[in-house]
Ligand binder design. Structure first.
Ligand code: URA
Length: 243
């Protein structure tokens, strides 16, 4: 399949998912509070994907993620590293606006995460930047706060895929606290070099061999800066408890 054909296929797959998501009724309170489902936007073949928390009032109105104040800052930070939102894919943990912009609830995150996993499986980005605590905790499968893990790339398992993750502060946190903005800017500056690493090896890329690996044999070397992919039974709810 040519890259162009694959790109069209990804667009169609995402469009089909968006149609299905738009009718989602899994979270009664969110169905009540949303004007529409904010599925995600951008290039279906993007190498870089951002995952935020949930749509706010502007996003709920326009049906597009990150179009409010946080979105304006995201656009600026992207521009500073020579990228535009058309070249990336932007999604959220929750596709519906929580009432009064309250935090996503665990049951809502669990209900909604299959959409995110499906988006990741279609887009297959080389790098996933999580913005803030909710996206970072979900995709890392660990409750460590963003302040502890920001700016540290690692490879994690999401469903059956290995994903290169780069947790960063949420732009809203940078709008509230100037020092966070400087850190976010510094962390953004590393994105181009992380993109150059390309996607991490996928489990299915491993060579098929019927030779047993002798005990004590060293594991293959990992790329510098990558944390080990957790063993199957350490993955949170296999990984997101999806599908
Ligand atoms: N904050 C988010 O996390 N997502 C949006 O889409 C907008 C603001």
């Amino acid at each position: 399949m040519t890259p162009k054909t694959r790109a069209l296929e990804r667009e169609e797959e995402l469009a089909g998912l968006a149609v299905r998501a738009s009718a989602c009724q899994l979270c009664p309170q969110l169905v009540e509070s949303r004007s529409q489902v904010v599925f995600g936007a951008g290039d279906a073949s993007a190498q870089l994907m951002f995952v935020g928390e949930a749509p706010g009032a502007s996003e709920d109105r326009e049906g597009v993620p990150f179009v409010g104040a946080s979105g304006k800052l995201l656009d600026t930070l992207l521009e500073e590293i020579g990228l535009s939102r058309q070249e990336v894919f932007i999604a959220n943990v929750l596709k519906c606006r929580p009432p009064e912009n309250r935090d996503p609830r665990p049951d809502e995150v669990a209900n909604c995460s299959p959409w995110l996993e499906a988006q990741l499986a279609v887009v297959e980005p080389a790098l996933v930047v999580t913005l803030g605590n909710f996206a970072t905790r979900l995709l890392r499968g660990d409750p460590a706060p963003i302040g502890k893990v920001r700016g540290r790339p690692e490879v994690v398992a999401v469903g059956s895929r290995s994903v290169r993750l780069y947790p960063l502060f949420h732009p809203a946190a940078a709008l509230y606290r100037r020092p966070n903005l400087e850190l976010l800017r510094e962390d953004f500056a590393r994105i181009p070099s992380l993109l150059e690493l390309g996607p991490p090896d996928q489990p299915r890329d491993e060579p098929v061999t019927d030779k047993a690996v002798p005990e004590g044999e060293e594991e293959p070397a990992r790329e510098a800066g990558d944390a080990p992919v957790p063993a199957e039974d350490e993955r949170p709810g296999g990984q997101l408890g999806l599908f």
